[in-house]
Design a protein. Structure first.
Length: 349
């Protein structure tokens, strides 16, 4: 087991290893606390009972409850938060108590948002079960839900008090979901750690080390810029067009990692990046997609304030830069990328 310390105020630890669920009591503080586990209908049958059985025997725990929400990206909305509040109210959770998120990015973001807002802030521990949530969303404190057609537009920055990553959860993860998470790992490699490509391309992937190395990139960036005033924007490499592609297809055609894979290749088509993405069966182009239809969606993204788009590019793998583009420059760029995409995918069917 290895631990990464995230030096924020307050600091917290990310524990990474195999079989950590069995020892969860070593990593979280439940003394005199009411604990509510939040999970979803995909994860509950696989892992909820195991987690609850480890928690209930911990000395000093005051009460233990759980709530299972319906799984799915489309349910990342305020009604689900109200369900968490209702469960918290029923269990009389107060300021000193704890929510535990057991699940992927949707459960992690919603549980942390409920923790940020219930009684003006209670404890939150992340126990991510997907590769994507292990390497990205469980760390860094971005929380929230979607509102109308805007992704994550209601939310808060709210750091967890601990993150417990049991890599054995990956044993039950479908291969498309593994690839989905690998897109974020490859993003971290592309922006800051060219050596991580070696682990990504290995014949037998060592997931413990892949996760650790990927998280070190993320933790360092978040420590320097927790509220995305500058450098943290680098973590959005591939996301400008990735988010727009996801929204264009109403979140049905591409998973998040697949969309950002296309988004990364559109703006920085390097051979190393393509090789890594293709090895993990990630799409590197969007056949038939007319990118100019995405321009409005790109500007609707909350990250693109005051008509200025902050586009992340990777001029060479391991180094990323932020470019600020006005709307006219974006339209010109999109027209060029659109022509390249159509040429690369053999024209629009
Ligand atoms: N997923 C990008 C970030 O946490 O900033």
């Amino acid at each position: 087991m290895e631990t990464i310390r995230v030096a924020l105020e307050p600091a917290y630890s990310i524990h990474v290893g195999r079989g950590l669920l069995a020892d969860i009591g070593k990593f979280i503080n439940v003394e005199s606390r009411r604990v509510l586990v939040v999970t979803d209908s995909n994860v509950a049958p696989l892992h909820l009972r195991a987690l609850l059985s480890r928690l209930i025997v911990l000395p000093g725990i005051r009460s233990l409850g759980s709530i299972t929400l319906k799984a799915g990206e489309s349910r990342k909305r305020l009604p689900a938060i109200q369900k968490i509040y209702t469960a918290a109210d029923r269990q009389t959770l107060g300021r000193g108590d704890l929510l535990i998120a057991l699940g992927g990015g949707v459960i992690g973001d919603m549980t942390a948002f409920a923790a940020a807002t219930w009684c003006r802030g209670i404890g939150c521990v992340q126990v991510p079960t997907t590769l994507l949530s292990m390497v990205d969303s469980s760390v860094g404190g971005k929380t929230g839900v979607d509102f109308k057609d805007r992704k994550n537009s209601v939310g808060a920055f709210y750091q967890p008090e601990a993150v417990v990553i049991d890599v054995d959860f990956l044993n039950t993860l479908p291969s498309r979901q593994l690839s989905n998470g690998m897109a974020e790992v490859i993003k971290h490699a592309a922006i800051k750690d060219v050596g991580l490509f070696g682990l990504v391309m290995a014949e037998e992937p060592d997931f413990v080390n892949i996760i650790l190395r990927s998280l070190r990139v993320k933790a360092e960036v978040v420590e320097r810029d927790p509220k995305e005033k500058g450098e943290r924007a680098l973590l959005n490499f591939g996301h400008t067009f990735g988010h727009a592609i996801e929204a264009h297809y109403h979140y049905r055609k591409y998973l998040h990692g697949e969309a950002i894979s296309i988004g990364m290749m559109l703006v920085s088509p390097s051979p190393e990046l393509r090789q890594a993405l293709e090895l993990w069966n990630l799409p590197t182009q969007a056949p038939g997609l007319k990118l100019d239809t995405l321009t409005d969606l790109v500007f609707k993204d909350k990250k693109n304030s005051r008509g200025v788009l902050r586009l992340i590019r990777v001029p060479e793998v391991g180094r990323a830069v932020i470019e600020e583009l006005d709307e006219a420059a974006v339209r010109g760029l999109v027209a060029k990328l659109s022509a390249d995409n159509e040429a690369a995918s053999g024209g629009t069917p």
